[in-house]
Ligand binder design. Sequence first.
Ligand code: GSH
Length: 219
Amino acid sequence: MIRLSAFRWVPPFAQGLVRDLRVRWALEEAALPYEVMLIGFEDQKSDSYRKMQPFGQVPAIDDDGLVLFESCAIVMHLGERSQALMPGDEPARARVRTWMLAALNTIEPPIMMLNYIDMQPDGARAGAREVRDSIVAWIGMRLDNLAAFLGDREHLVEGRFTAADLLMTTVLRILRTTDLVSQRPTLEAYKQRHEARTAFQKALGDQLAAFAKHAPPKQ
Ligand SMILES: N[C@@H](CCC(=O)N[C@@H](CS)C(=O)NCC(=O)O)C(=O)O
């Protein structure tokens, strides 16, 4: 049985965005049985967890002795096991992998820069404001490219849901505190279409349920 690591609790700003969600969602789509191994921040530096995830991050999986980390690598691995995530023929699979990497290598990096700036207490101070504006413009350009590619398409590849849509949707969700996606109707509809999937709702519900159960007592 696959074991997946996830945080027991994170602050509200991160809830629903932690990257084990990608793996939970993929596992739900593929209908593969799994169990979740909840860890605390104190476990991140432990020798035993670093053997699973060298950077102490989540997610990681142990698939009957095969230990993997990096959400993209894990979702690709699951895609090898289920056509719910990747089509059967190799050219189509290559196209899915291309868009999986585009989501994480082309769209996500500037989004994470913005995320980092917005998490800083002094993020809006002089200097940071100009950097922030240029990153917002960079993200906007990438999102416009993505919206132009999508056009009337409901999905990125092969006219069906694939692991590429799964990763892209989780990347777009990171922008939930901005209007960068919501002001682009093609992308907002794309994101909502995939968030409406039963497997996504189950994955999200399970992640949030763990956080609710392990929330620290209110001061
Ligand atoms: N590239 C990694 C990033 C993993 C990552 O950033 N995980 C975050 C949670 S979403 C984490 O564990 N943060 C805690 C830390 O970096 O110490 C992946 O996609 O799996």
